[in-house]
Ligand binder design. Structure first.
Ligand SMILES: [Zn+2]
Length: 69
């Protein structure tokens, strides 16, 4: 498993290193710090998972996963 989790928030799919609450996702309204250094409020609605991936989080996630861009 990778050390980060994807979290839809503020219109984009971000990634975060924040500890996940029990379950499979951050509940809507959870304040998380993203890999792109933003403090966002998670949105766990179904449509939120269809948002585009944050480019900066994607780049950082790939780096953490050891995958070269
Ligand atoms: Zn981001």
């Amino acid at each position: 498993m990778y050390p980060f989790h994807w979290v839809p928030a503020a219109g984009q799919r971000h990634a975060s290193l924040a500890e996940k609450p029990v379950g499979c996702a951050y509940p809507t309204g959870t304040q998380v710090e993203t890999l792109c250094q933003q403090e966002v409020s998670a949105d766990n609605s179904e449509v939120a998972w269809l948002w585009g991936t944050c480019a900066e989080c994607n780049r950082e996630a790939r780096r953490l996963a050891g995958v070269e861009p």
